[in-house]
Design a protein around this ligand. Sequence first.
Ligand SMILES: C[S@@+](CC[C@H](N)C(=O)[O-])C[C@H]1O[C@@H](n2cnc3c(N)ncnc32)[C@H](O)[C@@H]1O
Length: 280
Amino acid sequence: MEQRTESLQDYLEKMALNKIKHLIEENLGVNCSGYRDEYLKRRFDIRLKATNTNTYGKYLVYVKKNPSELEKLLNDLAVNYTTFFRDSDVYRYLEYTLLPLIFRNNLHVRIWSAGCATGEEPYSLAILVHKIWGKNVGNPPVTIFASDIDREAMAKATQGRYQRKQLGTVGQHLIDQYFTCDGDFYTVKDFVKRIIHFQQFDLMKPSIHQNIDLILCRNVMIYFQKESQQKIHMMFYGSLKDGGYFVAGKSEILSGEPAERFKPIDHTVRVYQKPKLATA
Ligand SMILES: C[S@@+](CC[C@H](N)C(=O)[O-])C[C@H]1O[C@@H](n2cnc3c(N)ncnc32)[C@H](O)[C@@H]1O
């Protein structure tokens, strides 16, 4: 008898969880079905605790009475942890191998930092681009598109204003060249910002970019189920130029169709290439 009561409870909780996912999609246009269930539950539980509801059923009632709660839930869904020059070996590879190669072969370079959180990745890329391009030769012919699903993270990224501790290992010489300091805060200089275009974007939606030379999407796929990861990787494949490059997170591997189509270039820093004579 106890067993049956427990399964009914589980069933009701599952229904309530599904209803919450639908509400997010209906009200905020974000499709949660691609995320791993364990991940979603871990993130949703943060709001269950914050609202003292403790079950999805009670939380659903709470959300219906307090519609603004859904935005908070969506904000907590995103894990925004990031740093400037995260995984320094990846940036070394970009600076000394990949970006010089891409510059050599293109008049204007288009880069996409997908899932960029609060902007540290696209700003690190923009700083590298300026370092490689050098001073006194005009603006680098580069556009960096930077996107994330999280509206608050995008607002912070666009501002480009960080506390000293958020700059982490960025050396003083780079800080002096690329940031202005006001009190405890450091703001990315305008000439660096100028080449970056920020835009809120859900990776589960059809691509908004084409003819891209280099895509970075790191430490984002861990939240998605395998089928969604493959769908997103194929979306990147379609967005790249023939011969364009994709950089995945250091612990991420391609599977299914993307693994068959992309050519692995460097295993350690997880660089892949869309073959030059690709047919699709
Ligand atoms: C851990 S951060 C990674 C930041 C950066 N790429 C890095 O490697 O440091 C993960 C980011 O993925 C974003 N994200 C999660 N789901 C997304 C989706 N469906 N579309 C776009 N971005 C998403 C989150 O908002 C979060 O900012």
